[in-house]
Design a protein around this ligand. Structure first.
Ligand SMILES: Cc1ncc(COP(=O)(O)O)c(C=O)c1O
Length: 458
């Protein structure tokens, strides 16, 4: 039964009149009106008229345990009555201290200090500034260049955008950005005939070495998204690249920044993606899933020897960066509840079983001639729809067709991906795979038909 006929439309109209939506060409709002969501529970979102949608990308990869998780909510409610916020300059509080301690412990104590911020991009800014300032404090003032990977994405503030290589986000602002070195991505899709993913990683590492050889005295840091380059289209690569990059950074005196904002918190199968290469970077950026999709929180973990380089009588040699909500107590408490869930529920182990089930349910796609590069890492699945089947505005049409099938999904160009919350079960996996394939059938078939000679649009 329609529980509030017209309510969706009313919210859509008001939204478009008042909100400038992120990552959206607002001119398209009439064709693709924002989905008005009234509530969420587990992997489901509900609109104002009682329809449900499976959140197939965990709301931009943040809702690790789905929506309105009871345990995270209980922790938040408790914290709300004690201390929602206090500034972290000159004060401290238990949730921030405990979170810093527990995250450090997850690195085996290698990364001993934690600097808090709010959004992912601000964590990236912090890591870049810390790296530069560390070298500066050591008298190496020429080390002020950064290296990033082609297809990398690190956020959209000006510093983060400068080390990002996704044209649609970057190009308009290019004149404003500092120059960074872009080196070959180890994206496994570039494998030539007979090449393995490790061969591609080795080629990319050679390109990095060549740059370091000529410029290392000027280079402060290399920044990477470990194992999966998310926003560029879930480009996956072999862990061998991370090991090689770590060795090269050590050899040439360059910091390694691991942007684990998207891939951290178990998304690739280990808590930190870098663990799969058995390396620790000099800086780890975390955000998104760490607060379980409740409140904005980001942080940068770094090694104690880097932290110590900032200790001085001179205030200006300290790291004076700050945000008003740095280390917000509510957000930190939510993050502690997220870590509790990892510990108490054996999340990483359970996810392996869930991933196997969903991979099995998606098996028909691996043989599907309309797609290429079916790939999977931990709790991320992706494939690229072949150009002949994608057609114009593929991502938009797929998204709309998904909505009709109870799926909230947003492809990146021709790449369709799933980053579901960690609350799947066998039945849900089968359902999800079937709805995904149904959506592909609806969209890819139409695109193909559009391109046949008898089509009026051909
Ligand atoms: C790898 C990576 N770094 C940084 C960011 C930026 O995070 P935020 O959108 O919270 O600023 C993102 C966001 O998608 C990301 O995927």
């Amino acid at each position: 039964m329609n529980i509030a006929a017209g309510a969706n439309q009313a919210w859509q109209r008001r939204s478009v009149h008042s909100i400038w939506h992120p990552c959206t060409q607002m001119q398209r709002a009439a064709t693709v009106p924002p989905l008005p969501i009234a509530s969420g529970k587990g992997p489901w979102l509900f609109d104002h008229e009682g329809r449900r949608y499976f959140d197939a990308t965990s709301s931009w990869w943040v809702n690790l345990f789905g929506h309105a998780d009871a345990r995270i909510n209980a922790a938040l409610k408790d914290q709300l009555d004690r201390l929602p916020h206090v500034m972290l300059a000159g004060c401290t509080h238990a949730p921030a201290v405990e979170l810093a301690e527990r995250l450090s412990a997850l690195t085996g104590g290698v990364l001993g200090h934690c600097f808090f911020a709010s959004d992912g991009a601000s964590a990236v800014e912090i890591a870049l500034k810390m790296s530069f300032h560390h070298w500066r404090n050591l008298g190496q003032v020429d080390k002020r260049e950064f290296v990033c990977l082609r297809q990398g994405y690190h956020g959209e503030t000006l510093g983060a955008l400068a080390v990002t290589d996704v044209a649609v986000f970057r190009d308009a602002y290019d004149p404003l950005l500092m120059r960074a070195h872009q080196v070959m991505s180890p994206d496994a899709r570039q494998a030539a005939l007979g090449e393995t993913t490790i061969d591609v990683a080795a080629r990319a590492a050679t390109a990095l070495q060549q740059l370091f050889e000529s410029r290392h005295e000027h280079i402060a840091a290399l920044i990477v998204e470990p194992l999966v380059q998310g926003a560029a289209g879930m480009a996956m690569y072999d862990a061998a690249y991370l090991s090689a990059a770590r060795a090269l950074c050590d050899r040439y005196g360059v910091h390694l920044i691991a942007d684990e904002i998207a891939v951290g918190c178990g998304r690739t199968g280990s808590f930190f993606a870098c663990e799969q290469a058995a390396v620790w970077p000099d800086f780890v950026c975390l955000s998104k899933g760490i607060s379980g999709g409740t409140l904005p929180l980001s942080l940068v973990l770094t090694r104690d020897h880097i932290y110590e380089v900032f200790l001085d009588h001179d205030v200006a040699r300290g790291f004076l960066h700050s945000h008003s909500y740095s280390g917000n107590a509510l957000a930190c408490r939510a993050a502690l509840a997220v870590l509790d869930r990892f510990e108490q529920d054996g999340v990483l182990l359970n996810n392996r079983q869930r991933a196997a089930e969903l991979t099995a349910a998606l098996a028909p796609l691996q043989e599907d001639g309309r797609i290429e590069h079916f790939r999977h890492k931990g709790m991320i699945w992706a494939f690229d729809v072949c150009e002949g089947y994608a057609g114009e505005r593929f991502a938009e049409r797929f998204h709309l067709a998904g909505r009709e099938r109870e799926l909230l999904i947003r492809p990146i160009a021709r790449t369709v991906y799933l980053m579901p919350p960690y609350v799947l079960d066998d039945d849900l996996s089968v359902w999800l795979a079937q709805r995904l394939i149904d959506t592909l059938d609806a969209v890819a078939r139409n695109a193909y038909a559009d391109r046949t000679p008898e089509s009026p649009t051909a």
